[in-house]
Design a protein around this ligand. Sequence first.
Ligand code: CDP
Ligand code: CDP
Length: 216
Amino acid sequence: MTAVIAIDGPSASGKGTVAARVAAALDMDYLDSGALYRLTALAAQQQSVAWDDEAAVAAIAAQLPVEFVAGQILLQGEDVSVRIRQEEIGMGASQVAKWPAVRAALLQRQRDFARNKGLVADGRDMGSVVFPDAKLKVFLTATAEERARRRALQLHIDLDSEAYAAIVADIKQRDLNDTQRAVAPLKQLPDAHLLDTTELSIENAVKKVLDWYRQS
Ligand code: CDP
Ligand code: CDP
């Protein structure tokens, strides 16, 4: 297997942004594992399969007709890059992600991303389950308030609106789902470097990861 950098952390901590930039700087591939859970939730919704039907959702995850082409994410040929970022689908992702059969169905697909050049992978269990032998493991975090603020800015939502209050509630609910579930819960591993970005710019977060990688 090629060299892997595993970046795990809670929702909106900056994993995707930092991981993609680190991958570009090191000429490595990038895996957004959360997208696979989001795609599974979306595909289930499109097929009217309930997110709590473990066996049916796992069957969908095993067969996901997905392609990652030039920045686009295609599900059965349709560009769903924007659709899967909706918070409703994020919540669905966190519901389907609690099922062991769903996680098992997506495991090999994630590992296959590490077949070519090096890989930067972000998610919740990159360092613990999918790539336990990763060369570098990072636990990227920020306070829930800062993460909600970033998500709101991303979605062009006013910080004094009801929609913002819903984002804060949502982020806290997803933190709870992701850290308390029985399989592959989000946690900081003893061998992971902690990177709290609450007061750190994207540039400095990227620089820190690159420094750690070069020292590893
Ligand atoms: O992948 P994840 O959900 O962890 O977060 P993201 O989508 O990469 O980042 C959420 C938002 O926070 C993006 O708009 C980033 O530009 C922003 N961000 C930031 O303002 N400062 C950081 N240090 C990291 C991310
Ligand atoms: O962008 P954000 O950090 O909000 O979420 P994401 O990384 O796209 O992941 C969406 C959901 O999928 C998370 O809330 C997790 O429940 C689940 N997930 C997971 O269980 N394991 C992963 N490796 C990645 C995501």
